[in-house]
Design a protein around this ligand. Structure first.
Ligand code: HEC
Length: 281
């Protein structure tokens, strides 16, 4: 714990250093090639050290407790929640989503499925969850901790989002189209910033999400512990934030278009090993 505290203090110092470098998003973002910035290189080094003692574990533990001990008003529990591999099975489920769920007739990503189960079995109210779907400095919502637990139970496993059911294939196709769809005040698409190698905005390297070896970054570090602030952020949050980067209206929480984008990026990353939950600056 002492060691962890030391790490956290170092993390805070580093985060402050980053904050000092952070600048408002460029007006007409012009992603530039190439070269990893020195500060990014420093951060990567630092992250490697911190990953061995990732504070995400605290949220993982909270999520595990909710999964294993919470009961709904009628005595149901997450033991009834089917993440695609059978009721209550968590191991390996995260890397096999988004997938088709026959009980709801929908393709769902991990966060969507977890929220679905928490509403169905534990009595959480969807409208309450929608009031604060993402973490902030005050609060990391329960479903975020559960997603972190579920994700951690797939650590070290190969990403294997299925493409069998026609709806899984269709969802991937829609995601691919959304990725390339240009609109908004600057006529940006996801591909404007993530469609070629070596792009960056200021200090941030932008992965080319069309390539398997980089698409894995859409998956790898998520959910991620954000050092600046000390809370967990999920893939769903990342998507909302990138719609904002794109100057698009933010999508509704747990919308089909976000699931489709996640399906596209996950399938592109299929076959690679999941090493999350991660750490973000
Ligand atoms: C104006 C540029 C811009 C646009 C457009 C944009 N993004 Fe991003 N994206 C960013 C920035 C900046 C980051 C943060 C990179 C970092 O933290 O190092 C990011 C990060 C990401 C990440 C996480 C990468 C990682 O390493 O964890 C994913 C996934 C992602 N974007 C997907 C998308 C998708 C999908 C879209 C379209 C809906 C999109 N982005 C549109 C700028 C953009």
């Amino acid at each position: 714990m002492k060691q962890r505290l030391g790490m956290l203090i170092a993390a805070t110092a580093l985060a402050t250093a980053f904050a000092a470098h952070a600048q408002p998003a460029p007006k007409k973002a012009a992603p530039k090639a190439p070269a990893k910035s020195a500060i990014t290189a420093e951060f990567e080094k630092f992250r490697e050290v911190l990953e061995e003692d990732n504070p995400a574990e605290l949220f993982e533990a909270r999520g595990e407790e909710i999964w294993k001990t919470r009961k709904g008003p009628d005595g149901a529990s997450m033991a009834q929640c089917d993440l695609g591999l059978g009721p209550g099975v968590v191991k390996g489920a995260y890397v096999r989503m988004p997938r088709w769920f026959a009980d709801v007739g929908q393709v769902m990503d991990a966060e969507r499925r977890v929220v679905h189960c928490m509403v169905k079995y534990l009595g959480y109210k969807e409208e309450d969850i929608r009031k604060q779907p993402f973490s902030n400095e005050q609060r990391t919502p329960d479903h975020v901790s559960v997603v972190t637990y579920v994700a951690a139970q797939s650590r070290g496993m190969k990403i294997a989002a299925p493409q069998k059911h026609p709806k899984e294939i269709e969802t991937y196709q829609i995601g691919k189209e959304i990725f390339a769809y240009r609109a908004g005040p600057y006529d940006f698409s996801c591909a404007t910033c993530h469609g070629a190698d070596g792009m960056r905005i200021r200090t941030q390297d932008l992965p080319n999400l069309r390539k398997p070896d980089q698409a894995v970054r859409a998956y790898q570090g998520w959910p991620g512990y954000r050092m600046t602030g000390g809370f967990m952020l999920t893939q769903q949050w990342r998507m909302n934030d990138c719609f904002r980067q794109q100057r698009f209206p933010e999508p509704n929480y747990l919308s089909d278009s976000v699931t489709a984008l996640l399906a596209y990026m996950t399938v592109t990353a299929n076959g690679q090993v999941y090493k999350g939950p991660g750490i973000k600056r």
